[in-house]
Write a protein of this length. Structure first.
Ligand code: HEC
Ligand code: HEC
Ligand code: HEC
Ligand code: HEC
Ligand code: HEC
Length: 375
């Protein structure tokens, strides 16, 4: 079958081989082991979506829907072989890989999802690092390639129709390439900070490990995490252009503009169910709702009987999407309020998957502007 060839090596096999032992000098390979020394990086990673790639409620629901193909999901969401209870070898038939019990399976490692070693596993079991001049108590493979977007592409660029109703549609890498960006994924998603790698070590230029993206958390934001989320700057700048005054009864025209100012890929990107929702409401001086409109920016797919993309109106890098609005000016003043939100999935879908209490959206902008009557 040609489909597996299309999918590339990553889905077919884990990134850290089964039975691998921890690099010399280390007690273990779990993030919690690294965290005993790399404390700040560990704290940041714990907040990140990567650390939730296994425990994510939505992921668990979807994973259990079709257990035959779960091994594929695991190779991206828990990419070390020993994070997986079964050892699998691709055979060309996506529903029937060679399967055997994994005697070195670690459940606590599985919980860590996209763990440190997903990106730091290097040749001969050394730890891939970007510097080459450190004195680490563990072997290091100096790899300047760790600063390249390629590190992220293996999981974030995956487009394939595996079966009629099973597709992978993450195109962030190609979107980024086509934008002609001069920045790597890391330069936006892992901002630079100056600090030591370990307490008491020399101060270096280090990259944060929060991997903030949409900023829609996977569970409620816990105490101590607010400061991290507060660093998020959404990609979209929202601006409302309206006349200052208008005569009652005349047609008021305005524009809501959404500028993708900060992402060198589409917004939203990645999962095809994501979308932005912009809502505009016009109220009179007494607060009565005169008119309301909404615009949805995202992809539209049918999933059955064959997955197919029907439409796509996401916002391209640097694009300014102008949404016209018009309404009849009431007597007295009018207030136009704007709410723009980023959804991971629709409320209907969350209900369908029985995901009560699971955060599905975040606010990008909420403000209002008034128009006075002409005197
Ligand atoms: C999704 C991939 C990914 C994960 C997961 C990840 N890292 Fe990194 N890490 C990187 C990349 C990329 C760099 C290189 C950044 C640069 O210098 O451009 C890096 C750099 C580092 C560095 C060197 C300092 C620096 O910022 O350059 C340390 C130390 C480090 N990581 C430790 C960890 C630890 C500990 C964990 C787990 C708690 C972890 N990393 C998880 C991708 C990852
Ligand atoms: C016992 C403490 C300790 C543990 C545990 C530890 N490290 Fe380190 N690591 C260090 C020290 C010390 C350095 C070098 C600091 C310096 O010179 O600035 C370092 C350096 C690094 C570097 C940068 C290497 C380079 O030259 O580019 C990376 C990446 C890294 N560690 C990742 C990890 C990962 C991933 C784990 C867990 C599997 C881990 N470390 C576990 C202490 C530790
Ligand atoms: C081993 C696979 C893997 C690698 C490598 C990887 N990621 Fe991820 N990444 C994931 C998965 C899986 C998720 C989603 C987890 C979830 O939602 O449950 C994710 C989520 C994210 C998000 C969060 C999106 C949001 O909704 O906020 C960002 C940002 C991100 N990754 C950036 C990066 C960057 C930058 C790199 C490279 C330095 C990288 N990733 C490397 C698998 C990977
Ligand atoms: C110029 C900065 C920039 C670059 C380069 C960049 N991103 Fe992003 N990315 C962003 C911003 C800002 C967001 C937040 C979007 C929002 O407001 O929801 C984002 C969001 C994301 C998301 C979440 C999807 C969503 O709809 O929010 C993922 C996943 C992601 N980026 C991965 C990547 C990967 C992988 C690369 C490299 C191929 C990359 N990004 C390159 C700035 C960047
Ligand atoms: C090629 C690697 C890869 C494979 C295989 C993969 N995923 Fe993911 N998954 C990702 C990445 C990267 C993201 C983050 C994209 C984003 O945030 O938009 C993600 C995000 C998710 C999310 C969160 C979506 C959101 O909007 O927050 C769910 C749920 C999910 N995957 C389920 C699965 C299931 C179930 C499978 C197996 C049928 C699977 N994934 C296979 C890489 C993969």
């Amino acid at each position: 079958m040609t489909l597996l060839l299309l999918m590339g090596a990553l889905w077919e096999s884990p990134r850290v081989p089964a039975g691998a032992s921890a690099p010399t000098g280390l007690a273990g390979m779990q993030a919690s082991d690294c965290g005993s020394c790399h404390q700040e990086i560990y704290k940041e990673w714990q907040v990140s979506i990567h650390a939730h790639a296994w425990t994510d409620m939505q992921f668990q629901k979807e994973l259990n829907k079709d257990p035959d193909v779960a091994w594929l999901c695991m190779n991206c969401h828990t990419p070390a072989a020993d994070q997986q209870p079964e050892r699998t070898v691709a055979t060309g038939d996506v529903r029937n890989p060679e399967r055997s019990v994994n005697p070195s399976y670690s459940q606590s490692w599985q919980q860590e999802g996209v763990t440190c070693m997903s990106c730091h596993w290097g040749q001969g079991g050394a730890i891939r690092g970007p510097y080459g001049d450190t004195s680490a108590p563990h072997p290091v493979q100096h790899d300047p390639g760790l600063r390249d977007s390629q590190v992220c592409m293996g999981c974030h660029q995956a487009v394939a129709q595996v079966e009629d109703t099973l597709v992978c549609a993450f195109n962030t890498g190609v979107e980024w390439q086509e934008s002609g960006s001069d920045q790597s994924c890391q330069s936006c998603h892992m901002p630079k900070v100056e600090r030591p790698l370990v307490p008491g070590g020399p101060v270096r230029e280090v990259r944060q490990h929060l991997f903030l993206g949409s900023g829609i958390p996977k569970n409620s934001i816990e105490p101590g995490e607010e400061d991290y989320y507060a660093q998020l700057k959404p990609a979209i700048d929202v601006d409302l252009q309206l006349p200052e005054r208008a005569a009652s009864g005349t047609l008021v025209r305005g524009t809501l503009s959404l500028h993708n100012a900060r992402a060198d890929h589409y917004v939203p990107s990645g999962d095809p169910e994501r979308y932005l929702l912009a809502r505009v409401q016009v109220r009179d001086a007494q607060g009565a709702l005169l008119t309301q409109s909404t615009a949805r920016m995202g992809q539209r797919w049918v999933w059955w009987p064959k997955a197919e993309r029907l439409a796509d109106n996401r916002i391209a890098p640097d694009e300014r999407r102008e949404l016209p609005l018009s309404f009849a000016m009431p007597l007295g003043a009018a207030t136009v309020s704007v709410l723009v939100e980023h959804y991971r999935m629709s409320p209907e879908n969350a209900e369908y998957h029985a995901l009560e209490g699971y955060p599905i959206k975040t606010e990008i902008a909420a403000f209002s502007q008034s128009i006075g009557p002409t005197r």
